[in-house]
Design a binder for this molecule. Structure first.
Ligand code: MLT
Length: 323
């Protein structure tokens, strides 16, 4: 056999193996990397998705929380995993669209190293302050923050996380540079705020919903143009004259580049079916999510969203960072 024939035979054999593997997929438990700490928005959303996959694909999807560096440590691990469908990533707007704005040596390329599976949910962010913070409206917050910026501690889930991005937009709009304190997720940020170590954070609404309702922290603004039905008394940033504070991160599923198409199709179909269930829609709506309508589900819509969000937000983040 000539070299060329041998190479062709190997390619055919691999394709056959991939086809067989894809047909049986998933034949064993799958690891779903969630690149933030347990208990926060990424974790809560990722676990809903893991449950959908487990139910529709008949295998366990086991969550592994890999926090650090704004989610890029977990995302990098997923990007470098074998592209066989057994390691998948529940990422978001930070890890999978905007991280390169903050990390010149990221180690992965959001476009080239991942295949999109589908969008899960979008949530507007909330500006939340500790209970005894001396402001009860966004206007009062701005006045206080301008006078005391040097004393303020902002909690976030690492540079490039969506909690970092939200408060970056807020702080740039106000013109302040407070101390940014990184954590591995916003669940530990919330604990730090409850114990008074952190003054404020910007987190997708589900992260602090229960504590806002219980009155153990105060929500001063929702970073959107319309109020959240889950917190109808919290005014929007737009209503309060600070429309630049507008941030509704997406959460979505990705697999390493090179994952066989039949596996991508199986995952996308399962996610699509799960997101169509009444119980899943109710759960997500109760968390304050914007539901993903059928025309926005699946790999193509997510690929478009990653591209359009990167194009829209990169210049805004660059300008905010330079302010
Ligand atoms: C979390 O789950 O901790 C947050 O969604 C992470 C983030 O702020 O990006």
């Amino acid at each position: 056999m000539t070299r060329r024939w041998m190479a062709a035979a190997v390619v055919l054999m691999m394709a056959g193996m991939n086809g067989a593997q894809a047909q049986d997929y998933p034949a064993r438990p799958v690891t779903m990397i969630i690149p933030f700490a347990a208990g926060g928005p990424a974790d809560i959303t990722g676990r809903i998705v893991a449950d959908i996959f487990s139910r529709y694909l008949g295998q366990q999807f086991v969550v592994e929380n890999v926090g650090g560096a704004g989610g890029t440590i977990g995302a990098l691990r997923a990007a470098r995993a074998a592209p066989d469908g057994y390691t998948i990533l529940s990422g978001h707007m930070g890890t999978n669209a905007l991280a390169a704005a903050f990390y010149p040596d990221l180690g992965y390329d959001v476009q080239k190293d991942f295949e999109p599976i589908g969008l899960t949910a979008e949530y507007p962010e909330l500006l939340v302050v500790r209970k005894d913070f001396p402001a009860n409206t966004l206007g009062e917050f701005v006045t206080y923050a301008k006078a005391n910026a040097g004393k303020l501690n902002v909690g976030h889930a690492g540079v490039g996380s969506v909690s970092y991005i939200g408060c970056l937009l807020l702080d740039a709009a106000i013109g302040i540079k407070p101390t940014m304190v990184p954590f591995t997720g916003t669940a530990p940020v919330l604990n730090a705020m409850l114990s008074g170590e952190i003054d404020y954070e910007c987190d997708p609404v589900l992260g602090t919903l229960a504590q806002v309702r219980a009155g153990s922290v105060k929500a001063l603004a929702i970073a959107a143009s319309k109020r959240s039905p889950m917190l109808p008394d919290v005014p929007t940033s737009h209503e309060q004259g600070l429309g630049e504070f507008d941030c509704a991160p997406f959460y979505a599923v990705f697999v390493p580049k090179g994952t066989p198409k039949p596996i991508i199709d199986k995952l996308a179909e399962a996610l699509n079916k799960g997101l169509g269930e009444d119980a899943v829609q109710k759960r997500l709506a109760d968390l304050g999510a914007e539901l993903v309508e059928p025309d926005r589900r699946g790999p193509k819509a997510l690929a478009d969203l990653v591209r359009s969000e990167a194009a829209r937000l990169m210049p805004i983040l660059k300008a905010a960072t330079e302010k």
